[in-house]
Design a protein around this ligand. Structure first.
Ligand code: ADP
Length: 455
């Protein structure tokens, strides 16, 4: 069911409930009031008639009946019947004797002193009345034509007002719900118009204050993130194919030149060596791209796989020095390290090794002395590893983009590199619940700090 319908029905339901209760209360109160008022008047009539009949200077019954008939009081069709103590009817205005006054009824009145009942559409009041120490029974009856007519009119009016009000409430409920939900419908239709081709479109935030504006703002923020991710993805694919195409065209060029004419064995050997270097280069790029894609996958961390961070760094050092002997890597421990167990970490050894390798390699690659200092320490349940060098540093304007895939600072463009390493490092560290920060000054050196939470 649409929210608009739901709101309208709920609104109508509440109003109908309140109206129904109010109408019923009014009706019941009026029913009671009419009855009380009518019996009060019957009572007055009964006693007045009895007083006139029984007083010392009494009027005789015939005269009284005459007066009663001609001075028909306020009560329509009124009848008064009086019995003396021996149950003899001493007065009656019920000319047609339409009413059955039984012995039992008289007995009941004697017992209860006052009773009310209905007979032939008449409302009756039976009273035990003492006059000069004698018991009389007075029965007074009438038809409350006006009262009942008023009650009837009230009932019909209440029902009519109820129906009309419900229709009015339904109309206004429907209109207001529609008006209140209009901005949502607007947001929905705007959102429907956003596709992959116009991700830069934004939803109108209206007055910028209410909940719907909040929804639109949240949606816009989400769009910003999607757009950024989409653009990053697009430029990643572009950059990746560019990085792969470059060495491939170099290989192709070399092969074409080599095949132009017959050459000496030495020339072929040189070409083949150069080709091997390009293929190695290509392998490194594709391996890093593959790692970058894999790091986004889930289930990479085995929580039971215990790694010693210092051992891992020692392995990284020996591998790097073996492949590039002119590099120097010094590893030092902070004195505050409580015990060796504080260097235990649970994670993916292969990935962490790639990350540390990249950081150490960069430090050596971008510093004239080709050396890197690795400090291992701990700080509030975190293992802290600092990779420092006294190299070329990173220009301030490049610092914020340094972890973007394929981004390279402008001061290193003359050196070999692909700009994939740091983004891979950042992803690996994040995957392990850690953070990486960089502090660098151009021509002074850089410090990359990795913080890994001890598990
Ligand atoms: P690559 O080293 O292949 O260019 P990286 O992703 O490892 O790619 O690094 C990205 C960029 O960050 C580098 O091109 C360089 O500009 C900068 N950088 C990384 N480490 C250092 C460092 N230790 N000293 C100076 N610049 C660095």
């Amino acid at each position: 069911m649409q929210i608009r319908n739901k709101l309208t029905y709920q609104f109508v339901g509440i109003v109908a409930g309140v109206l129904l209760l109010a109408s019923m209360a009014i009706y019941v109160l009026f029913v009671q009031f009419r009855e009380r008022d009518f019996y009060l008047r019957l009572n007055e009539k009964a006693i007045r008639t009895a007083n006139l009949l029984l007083a010392d200077n009494n009027v005789d019954a015939a005269t009284l009946r005459l007066i009663d008939k001609n001075l028909r009081g306020a009560l329509p069709q009124e009848k008064v019947i009086i019995f003396n103590a021996s149950a003899e009817k001493i007065y009656s205005t019920d000319d047609d004797n339409n009413f059955k006054i039984t012995e039992t009824l008289l007995e009941q009145i004697r017992l209860k002193k006052e009773i009310r009942f209905r007979q032939n559409n008449f409302e009756w009041l039976g009273l035990l009345y003492k006059f000069n120490n004698k018991d009389y029974i007075i029965l007074a009856a009438a038809q409350d034509i006006y009262g009942l007519r008023k009650l009837n009119f009230l009932g019909i009016s209440l029902v009519a007002v109820f129906i009309i009000l419900i229709m009015v409430v339904y109309y206004f409920g429907w209109t207001f719900a529609g008006r209140a939900l209009k901005p949502i419908s607007k947001v929905v239709s705007e959102v429907e118009g956003i596709t992959i081709n116009n991700l830069n479109a934004r939803v109108d935030v209206g007055n910028g204050q209410d909940e719907i504006a909040q929804l639109a703002k949240t949606f816009n923020k989400m769009l910003e993130r999607i757009e950024a991710a989409f653009n990053a993805q697009r430029s990643f694919v572009g950059n990746a194919s560019h990085e792969l195409r470059n060495p491939l065209s170099i290989i192709r060029g070399q092969l074409e030149v080599a095949l132009l004419k017959d050459r000496k064995t030495d020339d072929y050997k040189k070409t083949l060596e150069s080709l091997l270097e390009d293929i190695n280069h290509l392998t490194i790029i594709s391996n890093r791209l593959l790692s970058l894609a894999q790091v986004s996958g889930v289930g990479l961390i085995d929580p039971k796989n215990e790694i010693r961070i210092d051992d891992l760094l020692l392995e990284v050092r020996s591998e790097l020095i073996t492949s590039i002997p002119e590099y120097t890597v010094n590893i030092s421990f902070e004195s505050e390290l409580e015990n060796e167990d504080s260097l235990l970490f649970y994670g993916n050894e292969r990935l962490l090794k790639i990350a540390f390798f990249n950081l150490v390699e960069n430090a050596c690659k971008y510093s004239p002395d080709h050396s890197c200092l690795v400090d291992i320490g701990e700080e509030e349940k975190n293992i802290i590893i600092r990779f420092s060098d006294k190299g070329v540093g990173i220009p301030v304007e490049d610092l914020k983009n340094i972890f973007e895939p394929f981004y390279r600072a402008k001061n290193v463009l003359d050196r070999k590199g692909h700009g994939i390493g740091l983004s891979l490092v950042e992803k690996i560290v994040r995957l392990h619940g850690g953070t990486i920060t960089v502090d660098s000054r151009e021509k002074r050196g850089s410090v990359f700090t990795v913080k890994l939470p001890v598990r």
